[in-house]
Design a protein around this ligand. Structure first.
Ligand code: ATP
Ligand code: MG
Length: 203
């Protein structure tokens, strides 16, 4: 990782958690924009294990979501992918993700990047107080959602406006199921991977 992009001091690591079923350009532009604004050395994408808030829905196998995330980020030297949530097994809690990442990255400040929709649900997350002590939170704008301070501890959240891409994984899955194209919504390699693995066909 490139150190000192911010001119010395502690390493700054962005954390982009998500189901990534599939990863799309909305995720990528949010990570890129926050990395530039906050002078992050690196952004690590962390695909969830069994996503507890979505356990009632069908979610693609973790290995497929992991590989699509690797394909989508491989060209960017500032982006990486972590298997920690997948390998831990069971539902993913953000506090476990952040705790593990802190252990793996001593002397590093963590910046957890989250879209407006996820941020508004933040107080329903498990152990919100502990979660907020582990990282600085960055709420990014997302079309169709209002970016509002959900009443979090002072100074624990920053807000960033990112280029508006009205793309969601749900819409990508629906499009594939209907036979509509997802070109230019997700990276080319992800289009080909979805096709190769026949993901989202029967939904
Ligand atoms: P789904 O429709 O399955 O919920 P999603 O598009 O919301 O998928 P997630 O994997 O749930 O993608 O999102 C991971 C993170 O990325 C969340 O914090 C979410 O708010 C954020 N995010 C997703 N899409 C965008 C977008 N288009 N612009 C900004 N942030 C986004
Ligand atoms: Mg979502």
């Amino acid at each position: 990782a490139r150190r000192g992009a911010h001119g010395g001091g502690k390493r700054r690591l962005g954390v982009m958690g998500g189901t990534f079923d599939p990863i799309h350009h909305g995720h990528l532009v949010a990570a890129s924009e926050v990395a530039a604004r906050f002078q992050l050395d690196e952004v690590v994408f962390v695909p969830t294990g069994e996503p507890w808030q979505k356990s009632h829905k069908h979610v693609s196998p973790a290995e497929d979501r992991y590989l699509m995330t690797v394909i989508a980020t491989a060209e960017n030297p500032q982006f990486s992918v972590s298997r920690i949530d997948i390998d831990r097994g069971g539902p993913t809690y953000t506090k476990d993700t952040l705790r593990d990442l802190r252990e793996l990255n001593p002397g590093t400040d963590l910046f957890f990047i989250t879209g407006a929709d996820a941020l508004s649900q933040i107080l329903t997350w498990q152990d919100a107080e502990e979660t907020f002590s582990l990282a600085h939170f960055i709420g990014v704008t997302r079309p169709g959602h209002t970016l509002a301070d959900p009443g979090l501890p002072d100074g624990s959240v920053s807000f960033v406006e990112v280029p508006a891409l009205a793309i969601s994984s749900t819409d990508c899955r629906d499009r594939v199921a209907k036979g509509d194209p997802v070109w230019y919504l997700v990276p080319d390699g992800v289009v080909r991977y979805i096709d190769k693995r026949e993901l989202y066909r029967g939904e």
